[in-house]
Ligand binder design. Structure first.
Ligand code: HEC
Length: 161
């Protein structure tokens, strides 16, 4: 057998062992009871159902205290990858604790959210590829932009009062 083939077989066997071992180290789960507790954006801003459904389908999995995990989250390294996105996503924006932000900061986050959705940066492309319900239509973009704008105006006015 050629040296290359021996090397390849060892490499594949080694990879299989590592992947097998990886299954014993699942990441901690983001498993709060709800994404919409008393401190959540949903509780504070009381969005209409279409906005709420949109956030639930497209954003909560990475930007709230509760992730609805697909089955493959139990398989490593997929679960680790997801845990990393959830950690970074919540650090940037946690919709379950939106109320801890002041009115101005809330308004700014709404603007970031609108821009991220309008520019197609959010939800992450890989997420939309795996979750058909999180594929954003032109109508959803427009609906979301209109809502964030209206709330932002309200927030800024409230902050000045
Ligand atoms: C698959 C996970 C995932 C989903 C789903 C997701 N995001 Fe994110 N989001 C992230 C990650 C990770 C970051 C942090 C990126 C970084 O640190 O550079 C982020 C960052 C952001 C930011 C901060 C950008 C900034 O400039 O600070 C906003 C706003 C945002 N996301 C909005 C949304 C909205 C709105 C949705 C739903 C329409 C959404 N995201 C869906 C993972 C996700």
């Amino acid at each position: 057998m050629s040296a290359t083939r021996t090397w390849l077989r060892r490499f594949l066997a080694g990879t299989a062992v590592l992947l097998g071992a990886a299954q014993f180290f699942p990441p901690a789960r983001n498993a709060g009871t709800t994404a919409e507790g008393p401190q959540s954006l949903a509780a504070v801003l009381n969005p209409p159902p279409e906005v709420r459904n949109f956030l639930a389908a497209a954003c909560y999995d990475c930007h709230s205290d509760r992730t609805e995990y697909p089955w493959y989250a139990r398989v490593q390294p997929a679960g680790w990858l997801m845990a990393g996105h959830i950690r970074d996503g919540k650090r940037a924006l946690n919709l379950s604790t939106f109320a801890v932000l002041g009115k101005q900061a809330q308004a700014r986050r709404l603007e970031y959210m609108r821009d991220a959705v309008a520019e197609g940066e959010m939800p992450m492309a890989l997420f939309s590829a795996l979750h058909p319900r999180a594929r954003v239509t032109a109508e959803e973009k427009e609906m979301f932009a209109r809502w964030t704008e209206s709330v932002q105006t309200r927030q800024v006015v409230a902050a000045k009062e």
